[in-house]
Design a protein around this ligand. Structure first.
Ligand code: PMP
Length: 359
């Protein structure tokens, strides 16, 4: 007798994360996972240390302090916030609660690899919609909506493209989708985009929009796993029913609260990243490498073809630098490079310059 998993589970492609090890290099320059090169706020580290004194206590089940801090910093309603183990978990709650067998979940061509995984894990069918020139195509999404569509997952700014969907287009989409569809705006990189609230005002104005955010990127806490979502109260009530009561530890809660309160540190990371991504793009363009303007903490370098991208990746590895091949996201000719600190950015650009000189 063989033990078989639920239908669809074996169709799930395993998620491949950015590498952190490099043979022969004890401490490689890691620009492969869009991490914060400045690390977390020192206040978050201090709070993490203080949390050691609380480890015998169960954590809060309702995350009230963290939700209040997020609400204050972002000007939001704390009752519409839900916190999870990374934004991945919040994205998962949404699929678990709103999609099932026979339902369709829309994601776009260059969208985050977790969307089809979450759809399949819920028993639903992922539907991929083409993008146009590395940008989300609202009309194509609307054309793909059927009576079976339950969720649309979009990343804005996009990953790995770094491009933005204009707010007017998101509003048009939210207004035009059928009433039974939830639009999820994955804002993992929102803090790096100028003048964009991640869709928070749209969440408040409509009943069908959810925004997700993370502490993994601008707050430099990827290793601790904390994310959150902002949604209409009815949706928050639904999502909380599948959330484990102690999904976040004291350490996660205390460090995240300190991190979000340290607005000066957040602004420093944002401003440095915005400055350096412009510099990196200019250097790449000057080397004849295609690169769209980025609104996130990475740039997508597009080489002549897959062979050149692979050769450049190999050259960077030989120099002790890890970047991300993004063939799985529809860019076999691409390398996604996290915007590091100034020495990191100089080092990767110098290495690419040498590669181009030698090519
Ligand atoms: N959405 C996007 C677009 C991402 O790139 C990531 C991180 N890879 C996530 C969500 C999940 O981030 P986390 O679970 O660390 O919050």
């Amino acid at each position: 007798m063989s033990i078989t998993p639920q239908p669809g589970i074996m169709d799930i492609a395993l998620y491949v994360g950015g590498q952190s090890r490099l043979e022969g290099h004890a401490d490689p320059l890691k620009l492969s996972s869009n991490e914060n090169p400045y690390g977390p706020s020192p206040r978050a580290v201090a709070a993490l240390e203080q949390s050691a004194a609380t480890l015998h206590r169960y954590p809060s089940t309702d995350h009230a302090d963290l939700r209040a801090a997020i609400a204050r910093v972002h000007g939001l309603d704390a009752d519409r916030i839900i916190c999870g183990v990374g934004s991945d978990e919040v994205l998962q709650f949404i699929a678990q609660c709103y999609a099932g067998p026979g339902d369709e979940v829309i994601h776009t061509e260059h969208g985050f690899a977790m969307y089809p995984i979450l759809a399949r894990a819920a028993g639903a069918t992922p539907v991929e919609v083409a993008e146009r020139e590395r940008r989300v195509d609202v009309d194509a999404i609307l054309a793909a909506c059927t009576a079976a569509t339950r969720i649309i997952y979009l990343t804005n700014p996009g990953n790995p493209t770094g491009t933005m969907i204009p707010s007017s287009e998101i509003e048009r989409l939210a207004g035009a989708i059928p009433g039974h569809v939830i639009l999820v705006l994955d804002g993992a990189y929102v803090e790096f985009a100028q003048g964009y609230d991640g869709g928070a005002s749209l969440v408040e104005a409509r009943g069908n929009v959810v925004m997700t955010r993370t502490f993994s990127k601008i707050h430099g806490l990827g290793g601790l796993r904390i994310g959150w979502g902002y949604a209409p109260r009815e949706i928050i009530d639904v999502l909380n029913r599948v959330r484990q009561p102690f999904n976040l530890s004291n350490s996660q809660l205390m460090a995240a609260e300190a991190a979000i309160r340290d607005e000066g540190f957040t602004e420093h990371c944002r401003a440095e990243t915005a400055r350096l991504r412009v510099w990196m793009r200019e250097k790449l363009l000057a080397l004849g490498i295609a690169c769209d303007e980025s609104h996130a903490n990475y740039v997508l370098a597009r080489f002549a073809d897959e062979a050149e991208a692979a050769a450049c990746d190999a050259a960077l590895r030989a120099d002790g630098i890890l970047v991300r091949r993004v063939g799985g996201y529809g860019f076999p000719e691409g390398l996604r490079i996290t915007v590091g600190d100034e020495p990191g950015c100089s080092r990767v650009i110098d290495a690419i310059t040498r590669f181009k000189g030698a090519a």
